[in-house]
Write a protein that binds this ligand. Structure first.
Ligand code: GDP
Ligand code: IMO
Ligand code: MG
Length: 424
């Protein structure tokens, strides 16, 4: 049963899209199983840059079956826009399949996302305003609309009106905003459903059959471990399960199918949105890394918060995802920075050593990172194509990550292109 999962080991934007694109050359099926268009996955091929939000990064290979599983929340307007823009660039989307069970992001979801964030004021989560949280709320409340409904006009008309009326009451009475025009929304979305209907397929069955035929299946994680609704920095998280277990639930396959789980991390740490970030840099070093790494959001263009590598977080990712290997991206960005700092553990205010990521933010707030200083490197490593090509200090940096996380570093990224990556 040859299935591999790629997950983000930090707070998202670790370069998962690039890794999926590289690994997809060896896979027949690529599956997205959670999140929605809050994701922004950048893939660079022959100087062309693709920014994918909902469609699996395997779409750039003509023969790869790309699936959106039951655990994803799909904004049909964004999906069709993405298909159109890929097709305009010569990328065929005929191999895209969507599970009828996946929930639909309706216009009231982004609207409510924005209203909730505004009401939270300076306590806001800093969401992508894509309607992710409100859509998953409806799913868990068992009042959501699914892709099957969207593609069956009679069912959709009735369910969408009932749901929309309830949301309009909330929008008017709680948030004091103007209600949405349900008639025009329903007609607009029925038209989207018409276009999407031929893409509906039971992804659980497709993936199971592929596995039985010994085809290689890859699960493309979105977001990152620390954004997981349970295992992340709650409430500053997303509303799904970006950890590896989420791939099984959000596709409808069992964990026995998985033989490989790769955690993707940057050689430093970034985060967009609010919430704790123990190794965050507020000084000139932070600005230098942000500029060198072009750390500005793929989806919202927001400036990403930047800090040193935190191996407490990586150990948390190794444990909660069952990582079989780590991929360290953006090592090239650390060139010329002088001494490199790596957080090895936290020191609690009461003096004790904290080696595992604390479950509550109140505890985390009492922790200070403990750093180990490692010698930096000045060489441009973007042309390196093997571990042995790397300068000695770079090799030591990678080996130290392995020792501190107890997980082998199996891939190293030295640039955004397909070939700027090597196995170890
Ligand atoms: P994802 O959401 O995990 O797929 O990551 P994003 O695409 O949001 O952000 C990662 C960014 O880093 C993208 O702009 C990539 O092109 C870029 N990138 C990925 N790996 C490397 C690398 O090894 N070196 C450099 N310099 N850039 C990289
Ligand atoms: P990829 O797949 C980085 C963050 C948002 C916010 C929090 C909740 O590109 O790595 P949401 O809109 O999901 O309710 O926002 O989660 N967030 C991400 N940060 N990369 C992502 O995806 C993210 N998806 C959501 O910034 O802090
Ligand atoms: Mg991203």
């Amino acid at each position: 049963m040859p299935a591999g999962i790629v997950v983000g080991a930090q707070w998202g934007d670790e370069g998962k899209g690039k890794i999926i694109d590289i690994l997809a050359s060896q896979a027949e099926v690529v599956v997205r199983s959670q999140g929605g268009n809050n994701a922004g996955h950048t893939v660079e091929v022959n100087g062309e840059v693709y920014k994918l939000r909902l469609i699996p990064s395997g779409i750039l290979y003509a023969g790869t079956l790309c699936c959106i599983g039951c655990g994803v929340v799909v904004d049909p307007k964004v999906l069709l826009g993405e298909i159109d823009s890929l097709q305009a660039r010569g990328i065929d989307c005929k191999n895209l399949r969507i599970d009828p069970r996946a929930h639909v992001i309706m216009p009231w979801h982004p609207a409510l996302d924005g209203m909730k964030e505004k009401a939270l004021g300076d306590q806001n989560i800093g969401t992508t305003h894509s309607g992710i949280g409100p859509c998953y709320m409806d799913k868990d409340e068992r009042t959501g609309l699914r892709m099957y409904d969207l593609c069956h006009p009679d069912i959709f008309r009735e369910k969408a009106r009932r749901a929309g009326e309830a949301k309009n009451a909330l929008i008017e009475k709680i948030y004091g905003e103007a209600p949405l025009d349900l008639d025009s929304i329903i007609e607009e979305y029925i038209a989207y459903g018409e276009r999407i209907r031929p893409m509906l397929a039971d992804v659980s069955v497709l993936v199971y059959d592929a596995l039985k035929q010994d085809k290689r299946v890859l699960f493309e994680g979105a977001q990152g471990t620390l954004l997981d609704i349970d295992i992340g920095t709650y409430p500053f998280v997303t509303s799904s399960h970006p950890i590896s277990g989420g791939a099984c639930i959000g596709t409808g396959i069992g964990p026995t199918a998985i033989d490989k789980v790769t955690g993707v991390a940057k050689a430093y740490t970034t985060r967009v949105g609010s919430g704790p970030f123990p190794t965050e840099l507020f000084d000139e070093m932070g600005d230098r890394i942000r500029e060198a790494g072009h750390e500005f959001g793929t989806v919202t263009g927001r400036s990403r918060r930047v800090g040193w590598l935190d191996t407490v977080i990586l150990r948390h990712a190794v444990r909660t995802n069952g990582l079989t290997g780590l991929c360290i991206n953006k090592l090239d960005i650390l060139a010329g920075l002088g001494t490199l700092r790596v957080c090895t553990a936290y020191r609690h205010k009461d003096g004790h050593l904290v080696e595992e990521f604390p479950p509550a933010l109140e505890e985390l707030a009492l922790c200070e990172p403990i750093y180990e200083d490692l010698p930096g490197f000045d060489e441009d490593i973007t042309g390196c194509r093997s571990f042995e090509d790397l300068p000695e200090n770079c090799q030591r940096y990678i080996e130290r990550i392995e020792a501190l996380t107890g997980c082998p570093v199996t891939m190293v990224g030295v640039g955004p292109a397909r070939d700027q990556m090597f196995d170890r």
